[in-house]
Design a protein around this ligand. Structure first.
Ligand code: B12
Ligand code: SF4
Length: 437
């Protein structure tokens, strides 16, 4: 059996002209995981094509083509599916988007795998071999975290990713922010057995490890136990965590001792009413400057995500937030447009209010206005977000960030500033190309 696994691109992640250069990329583990799950007795050959860094060769011989899709890559996934189905391959779609939009995905594939595939993918492949595969596969049993296998990292294109040492410690999140798909897609907060994760990390030759977990501190006690085991490995690592990490000094201390050098964190808004309305209650009552200082005191850099377009946002939010972001000590601000992903209650609400402007999933990548905001026009939201992005990466914002402590951080701040400045220019260029296309 010849199996071809394809990770499709979104126009922003296209390898030649996308916005992410090597220095901003970290490797997904979807296809390396699926490769590791192929049952050995099938004697299959498995090829992985990562369209974020290489082209798909549509002449590749394949009996089964597995394609992953998040919302932003779903349209491209369907195009690829059509080409391989026309050549007689059995096409399987899986991932976040096919799980949350199964009926739509079934129109483009022979089979859709819903949710985690640790047991369904091997079963599906055995069924294909016996010519009895079904239209939909979904594991009915409660998920056992021990089913997660070590991905086959030979499938990662190391030269194309600065972050090729990626790993999962957990899946899902225990919070319920209304715009996030975590609590819709993941059955619960999944804690992997600590020994399994440590063994995987030991096998990664890179000094730096990138955690893909939506929220590493979804279970604080589990996280503490994990960080204590991780510390002796003397790795450096980056990952995502919610702001309430600063509420627990013991957790923060263990995190820093275990090698944490950077956290991506959802600050989302400077306005409490926006945070309350979207369910980001763990951010409420926090002074962002204190959060950043606490992390800097532990030698941890902060990539701070801000989102614009909440129903409570009016046009005055932009200058207010731009000032906050430019004068705050966030090392790497990330500015996005509120995006109602299909499958979330927010998408259903906005659809029922006739406020979804487009179902062109290609635009659902956090950089386009795809819905009608409550208190401004779509154009005002797009222009205002752009303005904040420019201010966040202005020279004066950089000069303020240079006062950051500790000293070893300064070269990193400058490098990341320059990287994100170019990323910002590429967003504009990619948008212009899309409009001209
Ligand atoms: C790596 C990553 C990226 C990469 C690559 C994304 C991509 N897939 O194209 C980059 C950096 C480019 C990226 C960017 C963004 N991302 Co991202 N990213 C991730 C991340 C951290 C890891 C993915 C991963 O490797 N997971 C580990 C693997 C093992 O899990 P998995 O992919 O779910 O696969 C399992 C099952 O789903 C299933 N499965 C999946 N695919 C398939 C296919 C087949 C054939 C089968 C059988 C099974 C199967 O089997 C696997 C084993 O069980 C996830 C969060 C996460 N932890 O999953 C977010 C995530 C995918 N990203 C997300 C978002 C929101 C974004 C951004 C919009 C963020 C932003 N504001 O800029 C952008 C836009 C991306 C775009 N293309 O439009 C959301 C997706 C939301 C959605 N509905 O689309 C996620 C889920 C995070 C979240 N909780 O919100 N991202
Ligand atoms: S804290 Fe982050 S990962 Fe968790 S639900 Fe909110 S946005 Fe999603």
């Amino acid at each position: 059996m010849k199996i071809l696994l394809i990770h499709p691109q979104n126009y922003l992640q296209r390898h030649s002209t996308g916005i992410y250069g090597r220095s901003l990329r970290y490797a997904p583990l979807t296809m390396p995981t699926l490769k590791a799950l192929v049952p050995p007795e099938l004697g299959a050959t498995v090829r992985v094509v990562d369209e974020m860094v290489e082209d798909v060769n549509f002449d590749t011989p394949a009996d089964v083509v597995g394609i992953t899709a998040i919302t932003g890559t779903a349209t491209r996934a369907y195009q690829i599916a059509a080409r391989f189905r026309a050549r007689g391959a059995t096409v399987v779609l899986g991932g976040v988007h096919p799980t949350l939009q199964t009926d739509e995905s079934l129109q483009h594939a022979d089979t859709v795998v819903r949710g985690y595939a640790e047991r369904t993918w091997p079963r599906l492949l055995r069924d294909v071999a016996a010519d009895r595969h079904q239209r939909v596969y979904e594991d009915a049993e409660p998920f056992d975290p021990a089913w997660i296998v070590a991905p086959d990292r030979s499938a990662i294109h190391r030269r194309d990713y600065i972050g090729w040492g990626t790993v999962e410690m957990s899946r899902g999140c225990s919070n319920h922010c209304d715009f996030c798909i975590s609590h819709r897609f993941h059955p619960a907060y999944i804690r992997r057995p600590i020994g399994d994760v440590i063994a995987e990390i030991r096998s990664i030759r890179s000094r730096i490890v990138f955690f893909l977990d939506p929220n590493l501190i979804g279970d604080r006690e589990h996280a503490k136990a994990f960080f204590a085991e991780l510390a002796p490995l003397r790795k450096w690592w980056v990952g995502c965590a919610s702001l309430d990490v600063v509420d627990d000094p013991e957790l923060l201390g263990l995190m820093a001792k275990s090698g944490c050098r950077g956290l991506l964190m959802g600050f989302e808004s400077t306005r409490p009413e926006a945070l309350a309305a979207c369910g980001k209650t763990h951010n409420l009552g926090k002074t962002y400057a204190h959060v950043v200082d606490a992390l800097h005191d532990h030698g941890i850099l902060v990539q701070a995500c801000f989102v614009f377009g909440f129903d409570t946002d009016d046009t005055s939010v932009f200058d207010e937030a731009a000032e906050h972001i430019a004068t705050g000590r966030f090392d790497l601000p990330q500015i996005s447009v509120y995006t109602p992903f299909p499958g979330t209650p927010v998408f259903d609400r906005l659809a029922s209010e006739h406020r979804i402007l487009t179902r062109d999933w290609t635009l659902y990548n956090g950089q386009n206005v795809v819905f009608r905001p409550q208190r401004m026009t779509p154009e005002e939201l797009a222009r205002g977000t752009d303005r904040v992005r420019h201010r966040a990466y202005s020279w004066s914002a950089l000069s303020r960030r240079l006062f950051v402590k500790p000293l070893w951080v300064k070269p990193l701040v400058v490098a990341s500033y320059l990287g994100f400045r170019s990323y910002q220019r590429r967003i504009a260029r990619a948008g212009a190309e899309l409009n001209g296309a």
